[in-house]
Structure formats: structure tokens, C-alpha cells
Design a protein around this ligand. Structure first.
Ligand SMILES: Cc1cc2nc3c(=O)[nH]c(=O)nc-3n(C[C@H](O)[C@H](O)[C@H](O)COP(=O)(O)O)c2cc1C
Ligand code: SF4
Length: 460
């Protein structure tokens, strides 16, 4: 069986100049060990938190406006407040990171597992719960190994388990890992998987996890990076945290940049203070496009995000601004493509991912994504039909209703792609396949047309 245990992946972390909230230990090759964590302040925030009232801790997280880093950007402190006074209740950590282009949570788990465990313990204390499930993606063998070792050490040191640090607080952290399905990153599918069922999303509403989640009990699902911010926030306070970033999006963010830049990698940047142009071309960041080629397009927030082009280069890396411009920062995955990229092929690569990862629970996604993949493949193979472009848009509108099919799309011009997407599906995975199609056809329709030959010219 192939394994990636004890293998560092490339591209990895890039130590750019700027404040560090979650990557401060990444320069240390032994940062994942308990003694290195303790020597650099690890578990100091937990010690301080245990002297506070749980509500005070929750209040500080709310004041820090810690936005979720898993995709939707919902404030953690507000979400925590949705839990009804029902016990038992659970914390579930979403470490299933698999969005195309995303690899920041993996680095957090591999390089600083104690920071994450401390963030989990702070959350459990604030919410008055004593069981946390840490769910790690199946393929991340190194992350699993390091978290397992970190948990064993933390239990032995008295940071996790019964009577933490001599107090009457007891919290267990249960490590569990998936089988490697992207859809299990969706919070209700993750809960199903934890319960031992097939990882398929639940219909929301009527129930949201904060009210009825794991075993139908109140459950907070938070992303790895979201929780990794907590030790710093609790040690330094919400006001210090808000000194970084912008008013709407305080703090820093980890961004994973891949594709045609000279220095790809994960960068921790202040939210809203850096533009896409700074990131792609700045000496402190990616240092330009490979071979000094021109930029053709970029995906600003993971495979499910609509594409951006050179017109959006000066937007700040800030969720609200990117959202207003018609896409999302999502999971912090930026994929850069230069002028040599075939737009139709790039579109197929992303759509194929969603088609393969569809869980099959609802028809528009199960049938539609596969159909989209087949059409794109035949266009690339030289068997495309003139009506295929409109057919792609039409299928897209059955999965994610919008004004883009055929004439309406063309008449509506640049504003035609609806975002955030509407959906006829149970979860947003289906609509994710539509974003690359509408993005590519909107901008590069001529490339699709050039590949589509008249039926009599199609090679046998
Ligand atoms: C198809 C799909 C995949 C997702 N994958 C992830 C993931 O890998 N990691 C993650 O944290 N959130 C993922 N999410 C978002 C989660 O459902 C959830 O919103 C998030 O874990 C909440 O954490 P946060 O509030 O800290 O951001 C995904 C959502 C969808 C629809
Ligand atoms: S949209 Fe796709 S992935 Fe989501 S529930 Fe439906 S079939 Fe499953």
C-alpha cells in the first residue's frame, strides 16, 4: 500500500516577512514535539484559560472576530453561541482538507499539532464539553502520526484527559481518520462518517450541527486553522489580534499558492493588507509568474471558486472584497495559471475532481457532474458538437440555477455568474462543478469553439 508517512510534501511553507499567529514555530524542524512546543509557550494559553470563567473565554473569542477558515468564513464566537443548553455536546475538528489547491491545514497538523490540541482544549473548556473528535483526512499519514504522538505526550503530561493541570476539568481528544473522501469535509457528511455511516451530507435545514449534530447532540464543527488561532488569541487578547488584518477580517490567514508562480507554498499573510498582485509578484511572496509569462487566470479560493483574471489582481485578500467581486477566498487555496494554460483542459481537471467526488445522494449532482465531465472530455478529444457549449451552461443551470444559459448569459455579460451559487442539490459540491465551467466559457469561449469541429470533420 502506498504511504506518505514521514514524508514532507512540497511545496511547503514559505517564511515571508510579517506577523505570525499560527506559523510561528514552523521554522523549527522539531516544532511538532512537546518539549519544543513547551519551550516556546505551548500550553501557556490553556493554563491561563483554566483560571478564567468559560463565558469569559467565549467572550474573548467573540470579541476577536475570529472568522472560520474552513470556507464559509463564519465567526467562531457567534457559531459557538448557537449551542442550546443540552449535554452531552461535542467539538468536531475538521481536518479533512481536500479542496483542490488547499494544503494549509495539513502543514498545521504536521508541524504544530500541539498548537491545534491546545486550541481544541480551549474550545472545549469555553463550551463546557469534555469530548473532542479530531477528524483527519485519510491520505494525511504524516499528520495522523504526528497528532497521535502529540496526543500521547499531552495525555502523559497531564494537558489532556482527567483533571487537566490539576484542576477538576477533564477533556478527552479522540483522533479519528477518514478514508479520503472530499465530501466528508462537508460538516454533516463528516458527522455521518464519525458515526460510522457513509459520508453523505445531511439535508440542512431542519437541523444544523450546533443544535443537532453528532449523535443528534449539539456539535460545533470548526476548521483546523480556526482552532489553531486560539492559543495566540487567549495569550495576547482580542485587541492585539485585531491589530492584524482589516476591520472586517482581523488577524492573519494561511494561503496555499500553487501553479505557475516562481515560489509556490503556504504563506501566512495579514488579511486585507495584501493584494493578489502583491502575493503573485512581490519579493516577499511568490516573486512572479514562471518564466516571466503573462497571467491568464487564477482561482482565488479553491476549486469551487469562480475564476479571476488580471482585472482582479488589485483586490485585497479579504473575504468580503473577494465575495463582492463574484468569487470567494474559501479555503485559502489560490491556483495560478499562466498564458500557456489550455482553459478547456484546466476546466476539465477541476470538473473531473467534483464528478469523481460527488457522493451520489442527489440526482442533479450525481448525473450532472458526470455529464459535464463527459462533454468537456469529448471537446478536448476533438469530438465536440457546436451545441456543447450551451449544453454545458444548461446542465450547470440545472445544478445551480442562474441566468447563464444560452442567450441570457451572453446578454447579461460579466455579471452573469451568480455568486454565491443557488443550488438544486443537498450540498454545495454540485454547484462547485459549475463555477469553472461558467468562468471558462465566460472568458474563453473562443477556445471552446476552436476545439469544436463540425461533425463531418470529427476524426473517426
Ligand atoms: C464539499 C465541501 C467540502 C468541505 N471541506 C472542508 C474541509 O476539508 N475542511 C473544512 O474545514 N471545511 C470544509 N468544508 C466546510 C465545512 O462544512 C464547515 O463549514 C467548516 O468545517 C466549519 O469550520 P469553520 O467555521 O471553522 O470554518 C467543506 C464544505 C463543503 C460543502
Ligand atoms: S450535491 Fe453532490 S456531493 Fe452534495 S449531497 Fe448531493 S450528490 Fe452528494
Amino acid at each position: 500500500m502506498a504511504t506518505n508517512a514521514y514524508v514532507e510534501h512540497a511545496p511547503g511553507y514559505v517564511d515571508n516577512v510579517g506577523p505570525k499567529v499560527v506559523t510561528s514555530r514552523f521554522g523549527d524542524p522539531e516544532s511538532y514535539k512537546l518539549e519544543r512546543s513547551e519551550a516556546t509557550g505551548g500550553y501557556g494559553a490553556l493554563r491561563a484559560v483554566l483560571q478564567m470563567k468559560p463565558d469569559e473565554v467565549h467572550g474573548q473569542v467573540r470579541d476577536a472576530v475570529l472568522l472560520g477558515r474552513g470556507g464559509a468564513g463564519f465567526p467562531a464566537g457567534v457559531k459557538w453561541g448557537f449551542m442550546p443548553p443540552v449535554w452531552p455536546r461535542y467539538l468536531v475538528v475538521n481536518g479533512d482538507e481536500s479542496e483542490p489547491g488547499t494544503y494549509k491545514d495539513r502543514l498545521l497538523m504536521e508541524r504544530d499539532p500541539h498548537q491545534l490540541i491546545e486550541g481544541c482544549l480551549i474550545t472545549c473548556y469555553a463550551l463546557g464539553l469534555n469530548t473532542c473528535f479530531l477528524y483527519v483526512r485519510g491520505e494525511m499519514a504524516l499528520a495522523q502520526e504526528r497528532i497521535a504522538e502529540a496526543l500521547n505526550d499531552a495525555y502523559e503530561a497531564g494537558y489532556v484527559g482527567r483533571n487537566i493541570m490539576g484542576t477538576d476539568v477533564s477533556i478527552d481528544v479522540v483522533l479519528t481518520w477518514g478514508a479520503g473522501a472530499y465530501i466528508v469535509g462537508e460538516e454533516t457528511a463528516l458527522i455521518e462518517s464519525l458515526e460510522g455511516n457513509r459520508g453523505m451530507p445531511r439535508l440542512k435545514p431542519p437541523f444544523f450541527p450546533a443544535a443537532k449534530g453528532l449523535y443528534m447532540k449539539p456539535t460545533i464543527v470548526n476548521n483546523v486553522e480556526t482552532l489553531a488561532n486560539l492559543p495566540w488569541i487567549m495569550l495576547n487578547g482580542p485587541e492585539a489580534y485585531k491589530q492584524f488584518g482589516s476591520e472586517k477580517s482581523p488577524g492573519t490567514r494561511m494561503l496555499a499558492i500553487s501553479g505557475h508562480v516562481k515560489r509556490p507554498g503556504v504563506y501566512e499573510v495579514e488579511q486585507g493588507k495584501v493584494t493578489f498582485r502583491d502575493l503573485f509578484y512581490g519579493d516577499n511572496y511568490c516573486q512572479g509568474i514562471r518564466d516571466d509569462n503573462d497571467l491568464k487566470m487564477f482561482i482565488p479560493g479553491g476549486g469551487s471558486a469562480p475564476w479571476f483574471f488580471e482585472d482582479q489582481l488589485d483586490l485585497p485578500l479579504e473575504a468580503a472584497d473577494v465575495g463582492a467581486a463574484g468569487s470567494m477566498l474559501g479555503s485559502g487555496a489560490i491556483v495560478v495559471m499562466d498564458e500557456t494554460t489550455d482553459a478547456v483542459r484546466a476546466c476539465l481537471r477541476v470538473v473531473r475532481f467534483f464528478a469523481r467526488e460527488s457522493c451520489g445522494k442527489c440526482t442533479p449532482c450525481r448525473e450532472g457532474t458526470t455529464w459535464e465531465e463527459k462533454i468537456l472530455q469529448r471537446i478536448l478529444d476533438g469530438h465536440g458538437r457546436p451545441e456543447d457549449i450551451d449544453l454545458l451552461l444548461d446542465i450547470g443551470s440545472q445544478i445551480s440555477p442562474g441566468p447563464y444559459p444560452v442567450a441570457a448569459f451572453e446578454a447579461a455579460g460579466e455579471t452573469a455568474v451568480p455568486f454565491p451559487p443557488k443550488q438544486t442539490t443537498i450540498c454545495p459540491l454540485g454547484p462547485s462543478s459549475v463555477a469553472p465551467i461558467t468562468s471558462a466559457i465566460r472568458r474563453f469561449r473562443d477556445e471552446f469553439e476552436a476545439k469544436i469541429q463540425a461533425p463531418e470533420e470529427v476524426p473517426a
